[in-house]
Design a protein around this ligand. Structure first.
Ligand SMILES: O=c1ccn([C@@H]2O[C@H](COP(=O)(O)O)[C@@H](O)[C@H]2O)c(=O)[nH]1
Length: 232
């Protein structure tokens, strides 16, 4: 896999037309993420469009519901060519297990558990969410719960990826948002590292959105990122 294939770009836009404009502008991007904004607006039409263009699809719906409902959502995703699909680890062991069983014999999607959103920091974990664990330990426990339940990997910040790689092993997929080159704003991301640092720590894929899509020149931003990750 070339370094650029490890970068997943979110289609965080409100319309199919906006998504097509980004796809046309960045033809070298092979892996795109569809999140709540675009999926609620466009539905499976956007998945079909990405498949027609032979793109890989990360469907980031962050399922969080009772086991039967989560399993139904996963089963639907198996019929739409989705490569990666997210659900929250905090849905619990029964929901995670039901999700893994719903994929069944299908080769895809690979399931990723959200451990702790990259927009949250240690203070919010302790004081707002009332979680009495240190942040790295909480993320690790969520990843282990997912792994024990048959989930393929986790979404974590680059700051936790080295520990998760060491403890969860080489085959557990680790996908990192919260990635910021030195020349981009962090925005609402709280636990960030640079693309090169995230890959060196053991991430399989990086999700990088606004540093590219909100740049004044998205093509130049993409090329600069690819050069940076290729330097490792
Ligand atoms: O913990 C998480 C889980 C998902 N995301 C998603 O990743 C992208 C990040 O976009 P940027 O513009 O690079 O911040 C976005 O679609 C989030 O919904 C995340 O950031 N953190």
């Amino acid at each position: 896999m070339s370094p650029s294939d490890r970068i997943i770009v979110p289609l965080d836009v409100p319309t199919v037309e906006g998504a097509i404009a980004l796809l046309d502008k960045l033809p070298e991007v092979t892996f795109w993420k569809v999140g709540l904004q675009l999926f609620i607006a466009a539905g499976v039409e956007i998945l079909d469009l990405l498949k027609q263009r032979q793109k890989r699809i990360f469907l980031d719906l962050k399922l969080h519901d009772i086991p039967n409902t989560v399993a139904g959502g996963v089963a639907s995703a198996t019929t739409h060519g989705v490569d990666l699909l997210t659900l929250h680890a905090t849905a619990g062991r029964a929901a995670l297990t039901a999700a893994a069983q719903a994929v069944g014999v299908h080769p895809q999607p690979k399931l990723l558990a959200i451990t702790l959103l990259t927009s949250l920091n240690a203070r919010e974990l302790a004081f707002d969410l009332k979680i009495p664990l240190e942040l790295p330990e909480y993320v690790l426990q969520m990843a282990l719960l997912a792994k024990e339940s048959g989930i393929d990997g986790a979404v974590c910040s680059p700051q936790e990826v080295a520990q998760l790689r060491e403890i969860c092993g080489p085959d557990f997929l680790l996908v990192c948002p919260g990635v910021r080159p030195t020349w981009a704003e962090a925005g609402d991301q709280r636990r960030v590292m640079t693309p090169r640092e995230a890959l060196d720590a053991g991430a399989d894929y990086l999700v990088i959105g606004r540093p590219i899509t909100a740049a004044s020149d998205p093509v130049a931003a993409w090329q600069r990122l690819v050069e940076e990750v290729a330097k490792g």
